[in-house]
Design a protein around this ligand. Structure first.
Ligand code: PHE
Length: 380
């Protein structure tokens, strides 16, 4: 008999523990937001930066009373910079954690892998930094707070023609990356229209270590510049090998270059005098940008990059939409996101257009002594 009582007691303790912990997970005083980001792997600086920026937004909003009288609780999962990991991560955030909205991913191919699931479950998703146009075309629950690549390609075309007086450009493209192929296609459309010529196109796959065959073919055409719309890990190696085979022209790139890892090692010299477009410059004296840099440095003892700024804006715009929705219902939140107009973000004035994209200027940065120095702003 005694044994049975003891068994009952044990079952009681265990089940109350389960009830208690599930209450804790679904705390009525919290609003759960999911984040999926490349926290490790080849684009880890992207994921960490946008996460750090987003965390500042969460702390700020919670510090000033939260949203709808509740605290924001961020549940962050790592995609390991792998597109194939994304569906599992997003399913888990939606179905197990029961998040009411999603922030992510940074890389376009991975946002494209997560968006169909968010759309299917009617969970609003805001990507801080994915610039490929197809991401938001997936459905009316998918938004972004950054510009898109047809504009970014126009920016680099204008910069090449007007500021650098460069006309003969070669392309080096990451063939399995939607961001890279999309940007290259956009550049191929715009650059010739402005009087430029694409004299050669070569391809690589992210993670390759030897680019000399492609670079040698490019060198044979004697380009004035090479446009490489890729991510920083590969571009670091490409730049070193380009100089090793005697290519001396400047390299042009896009926002995927912006990481302190871009200029590590020999790439510091290899990239001197090269240029890339991105979302925001830390040299911009506007108070929004300078205050954010200060807060970021105090908390993380490092300088924020474009991803950190965008992570913060993505969070703030989402929290604001939840406030305005007055509710955590997905449909109501997405209706508010669709209405964002002239929102003063730290990356500029943000208006979400009919295609759920943000329309805003881009900056071109020059690489000097391993640092990124503001060159010019190009408006849409
Ligand atoms: N725009 C890139 C993409 O869509 C990601 C990125 C954003 C990289 C901002 C760096 C800075 O894949």
């Amino acid at each position: 008999m005694n044994r049975i009582y003891r068994l009952f007691a044990v079952i009681l303790v265990i089940s109350s523990g389960i009830i208690f912990s599930s209450c804790k997970e679904n705390n009525v005083n919290e609003i759960l937001i999911g984040e999926f980001a490349s926290l490790t792997g080849s684009e880890a600086t992207f994921g960490q930066s946008s996460h750090n920026g987003l965390m500042l937004a969460v702390e700020e909003v919670n510090g000033s009373g939260g949203v709808l009288g509740k605290q924001i609780k961020l549940i962050t999962d790592d995609t390991q910079s792998k597109t194939q990991e994304v569906p599992t991560v997003v399913q888990k955030l939606i179905n197990r954690d029961k998040v009411v909205a999603l922030i992510g991913e940074v890389a376009s191919s991975r946002s494209k892998a997560g968006a169909p699931i968010a759309q299917q479950f009617k969970i609003p998703m805001v990507t801080p930094a994915s610039t490929n146009p197809e991401v938001t075309m997936i459905g009316d629950y998918i938004f972004r707070v950054c510009f898109i690549d047809p504009f970014q390609a126009t920016v680099m075309s204008k910069f090449a023609i007007n500021s650098m007086k460069v006309k003969r450009v070669a392309l080096l493209v990451d063939q399995k990356n939607a961001y890279s192929t999309g940007l290259a296609d956009n550049f191929k459309n715009v650059f010739p229209e402005m009087g430029g010529e694409i004299i050669e196109e070569q391809k690589y796959s992210a993670g390759d270590k030897d680019f000399k065959a492609q670079l040698t073919s490019i060198k044979a055409k004697d380009p004035e510049a090479i446009f490489i719309p890729g991510y920083y890990t590969d571009v670091n190696l490409i730049s070193i090998q380009a100089r090793e085979i005697g290519l001396t022209c400047p390299l042009f790139g896009s926002d995927g270059w912006e990481s302190e890892k871009l200029t590590e090692g020999k790439a510091k010299d290899a990239l001197e005098g090269s240029f890339f477009s991105t979302h925001v410059s830390a040299d911009d004296p506007s108070p929004g940008i300078q205050n954010f840099i200060k807060k970021f440095q105090e908390k993380y003892s490092s300088k924020p990059d474009a991803m950190a700024f965008l992570g913060y804006d993505a969070g703030m715009i989402l929290f604001d939409a939840i406030k305005k929705a007055g509710d955590t219902n997905g449909e109501k939140i997405k209706n508010q996101l669709a209405k964002v107009k002239d929102y003063q973000g730290i990356t500029g004035l943000i208006t979400i257009n009919d295609q759920r994209n943000a329309v805003k200027p881009a900056v071109v940065m020059e690489i000097k002594d391993g640092n990124f120095v503001y060159k010019e702003t190009i408006a849409p």
